[in-house]
Design a protein. Structure first.
Length: 164
């Protein structure tokens, strides 16, 4: 429970404590109440329904989840940001604010067979996060979108190899 903003029942917290998501206490009587996120901009409307926030949670955890070698990210130039909707299928999900701030908003999702993409914002050098079902899927995403990928193009580690 957070007392500010008239009282909020928090159900999600960013892993470093930078943001929390919750439902206002006064909205708890609704069947599917709106969700707010507290970040550096204060409490802002996140999604109109808690059910949508749960779907977003699954999407984000799938994208950023434990299988790190199937994930990558880069800053895209504006020309590639504009091309994403024609190169990948937009996921039918409402746009919403990125918790880090207005500069990285709105968040938009895209997909292709074996691929999941999240674009944070629409400005020049917006961050694109990608996940492939396989290393080949991830590698084809990185090759299709030229940029400085955070993780480069290294081969996945063998089970016996240590990452350090």
């Amino acid at each position: 429970m957070h007392d500010e903003f008239g009282g909020v029942l928090v159900f999600r917290s960013e892993n470093q404590g930078c943001a929390v998501w919750g439902v206002r206490l006064r909205d708890l009587g609704q069947d599917d109440p709106p969700v707010f996120v507290q970040s550096r901009d204060g409490w802002v409307r996140y999604l109109d329904r808690v059910s949508l926030a749960c779907v977003e949670l699954v999407l984000s955890e799938t994208l950023l989840g434990r299988e790190g070698r199937l994930y990558n990210a880069c800053e895209l130039p504006a020309s590639l940001v504009r091309e994403l909707p024609s190169r990948f299928a937009p996921v039918e999900f409402p746009e919403y604010p990125m918790w880090t701030g207005k500069e990285e908003s709105p968040v938009c999702w895209f997909s292709a067979p074996g691929k999941l993409l999240r674009l944070d914002g629409r400005s020049d050098h917006s961050w694109l996060h990608v996940r492939g079902s396989t290393f080949a899927d991830l590698e084809s995403l990185c090759a299709a979108l030229p940029g400085h990928w955070v993780r480069g193009y290294s081969e996945p580690l063998e089970a016996a190899e240590l990452p350090f």
